[in-house]
Design a binder for this molecule. Sequence first.
Ligand code: FNR
Length: 381
Amino acid sequence: QLQVYSAGKKSEIPVRFEDLEKLAHDQLEEGPFYYIAGGAGSERSMNENRLAFDKWKIVPRMLRNVAERDISINLFGKTYHSPILFAPIGVQSIAHPEGELEAARAAAELNIPYITSTASTYSLEKVSTVLGNSPKWYQLYCSSDMEIAASMIKRAEANGYEAIVITLDTSIMGWREKDIENAYLPFLQGQGIGNYLEDPVFRSRLNKSPEEDPQSAILLWTRLFGNPALTWEDLAFLRNQTKLPILLKGILHKDDAMLALEYGMDGIIVSNHGGRQVDGTISTLDALESICSELKGKLPILMDSGIRRGSDVYKALAIGADAVLIGRPYMYGLALAGKNGVVQVMKNMLADFDLTMALSGQKSISELKPSLLVKENLSKH
Ligand code: FNR
């Protein structure tokens, strides 16, 4: 906390999320801003993600010696010193010319897990080099060409990624009204396909190299990128490609969480993609509650969508998440101040979370439990 206050100079970027988003809006073009900020349809899911946090109240405990606190977590046998991870976000070049490389520099400086997206502007190899020994996971959008999916997993493994996150909720893009109005889809201009362009199997499917004929590469990418035909049975093929832990991202139904366990997955990420895919979904915090009631302790359960402050992290972990991911906040930091902006956003979130722990009488994440919260019955008001 002292570090935060006594850095000696005014913060380069706003500390309040609302101001951060507003400033990003002022500085980015309409297309990129709404691509980042927007949600599906009426944006009800995106808003519900936030409202769900307001239903829960923290009930602090006193006199528990919280002078020393430990916010590290253990996942897949490894200690990570932050319970907050960088969510996989594609096409970060729309926020900053060096996009993922710049965000990865921030993650490496903080030594906090960074999840490289399949839709990264820069190849997973380049991002890995920037990350160095800092923790890194790879997020897979399973191609409709399974050999490409397998190739991406192999490349990730060969480049030191420690886990594979398979995102299930975006085999097709959601109905994003602002992006449709703005006719803005960065991939169609060839942004965010760099990781594909460097994939040897993808390249082998092209008649001419992407350097010679970029349009054909983009066209093929649009055909191969998503796989709406994917089923639970296909997971066996992906499972066989690697010994790394596999997490399924985009789980909302508790029966799917059970299936993930049944199909030998190593973890799940409860997520509605930041409210960007299905309009009117359950909030991720409500989904988390329902999933944790059945599965807590049986496999790691991570969550994202709507985390904006330290108290949100505290609530999610107390309900039962083993870790959380943040998305848009760090994209705004990236847009406004590159690496330093991302570092600042994450440091603020961690400091705020650590303070919330201290002031609520908790000194380690393993102590967080649902009885430290009450859920308000909103119908009372
Ligand atoms: C995303 N998200 C995402 N998820 C994923 O698995 N692969 C990806 O390439 C992307 N790309 C992406 C782009 C942008 C601009 C956004 C905002 C989000 C979803 C992301 O991982 C995460 O689930 C949400 O961002 C979490 O919600 P908040 O923190 O943004 O509310």
